[in-house]
Write a protein that binds this ligand. Structure first.
Ligand code: ZN
Length: 357
């Protein structure tokens, strides 16, 4: 059977070609091998897919479209490793509300409101105690003080937004634990662009092997001062707690597909040894809410600790990477052998070292 197909060549002009079934099969095979070679062509830090939020007031992401786009780029990911954990992490009303009230657009809208509130508060306070003949002088002073206060508050909010976020970045740890097997890391990026909010779900290519061995090596070097390192980790990470609900009847449900052979590949949540505190347990509808500390256990190997640390900071690192907020001096922009990222001043393992070691 012969079939006709209109194909567009590279110059954009259309030409009529005849293609047999054999040719079609060959082209499909070529497309598959192209997809595989595309995957190998990716470099650490390159954005594979960026999916904008469906709505400003109710942030959600079209995960089936993400899946299709990733497949087109050569990443075959089962729904159980991508869509299901992403829904668990982000598709919850309280998380969506948090995303709205913590978004760059909300802060942008609130800035003039904050300025007016501060202006009124300062003016009414000064007006009570200071009587000035020059009314414009009072208004000018109040305006200057209000600008100073508003700028300070915005600066603090902006700075705190660069730190790891308990409600988004920590929730995405479980997603990244699964995605890293496919050499991808996920994060929610959010910033202002042309006076509009730009909240997107990013899938960034990341081969973790070099970061893992580099960080494990560093932790091994620190092993002579193991107590100091552990105390440092506890101090820097004690506030990081992963809250999760597990079934009271059968907490092992859904864990059969987990690779348990390597310590560093064991997901954090199911690693009972690393959960140094399972502090609060609350029985509700046969679900137990459990808090897991994200501080790596002292008994773990350097490799397992390195894996846990990389996963913990993966979402916040990718968030800063895609929004170009990884601050580094110009000399860091030069590619160094220790930087495993081609698009940022420093890579994930260097970020973790900078944050906690
Ligand atoms: Zn690295």
């Amino acid at each position: 059977m012969q079939e006709q197909e209109i194909m567009e060549n590279k110059n954009g002009t259309c030409q009529l070609t005849e293609e047999s079934d054999v040719d079609v099969n060959i082209s499909i095979t070529n497309a598959q091998s192209q997809a595989t070679s595309n995957k190998t062509n990716w470099l650490n830090g390159q954005c594979v897919v960026a999916m904008p939020s469906c709505s400003v007031l109710n942030p959600c992401f079209d995960l089936s479209q993400c899946h299709t786009k990733l497949e087109n780029e050569g990443f075959q990911i089962p729904a159980g490793d991508m869509e299901a954990p992403l829904r668990t992490a982000l598709d919850i009303p309280s998380v969506r509300r948090y995303m709205v009230f913590n978004s760059a657009l909300f802060r942008f809208i609130m800035t003039p409101v904050l300025y007016i509130v501060v202006w009124c508060a300062v003016f009414s306070t000064l007006h009570l105690y200071i009587s000035v003949s020059e009314y414009w002088l009072l208004c000018l002073s109040v305006s200057l003080v209000s600008i100073f206060f508003t700028t300070a508050i915005i600066f603090v909010l902006h700075h705190s937004n660069k730190k790891i976020n308990m409600n988004l970045d920590v929730r995405l740890i479980q997603v990244n634990e699964r995605m890293v097997k496919y050499k991808l890391l996920v994060a929610v990026g959010d910033w202002m662009q042309n006076c509009t909010g730009n909240m997107q779900l990013y899938f960034v290519y990341w081969d973790i092997s070099r970061c893992l061995s580099a960080l494990a090596e560093t932790l091994e070097e620190c092993s002579f001062g193991a107590n100091d390192t552990q105390n440092k980790l506890k101090k820097k990470m004690s506030h990081l707690v992963l809250v999760t609900e597990v079934s009271a009847v059968d907490p092992e449900v859904g864990e059969s597909d987990v690779e348990q052979d390597m310590d560093e590949q064991r997901p954090l949540l199911r690693n009972e040894d690393t959960a140094s505190s399972a502090s609060s347990s609350q029985r509700e509808n046969t679900k137990i809410t459990t808090n897991y500390s994200l501080v790596p256990d002292a008994s773990l190997s350097a490799q397992a600790k390195a894996y846990q640390l990389l996963m913990t900071y993966s979402a916040v690192y990718v968030k800063l990477l895609v929004s170009e907020r990884l601050s580094g001096s110009s000399r860091h922009r030069l590619q160094t052998p220790t930087n495993h990222c081609t698009t940022a001043p420093f890579c994930l393992c260097q970020y973790v070292k900078k944050q906690i070691l």
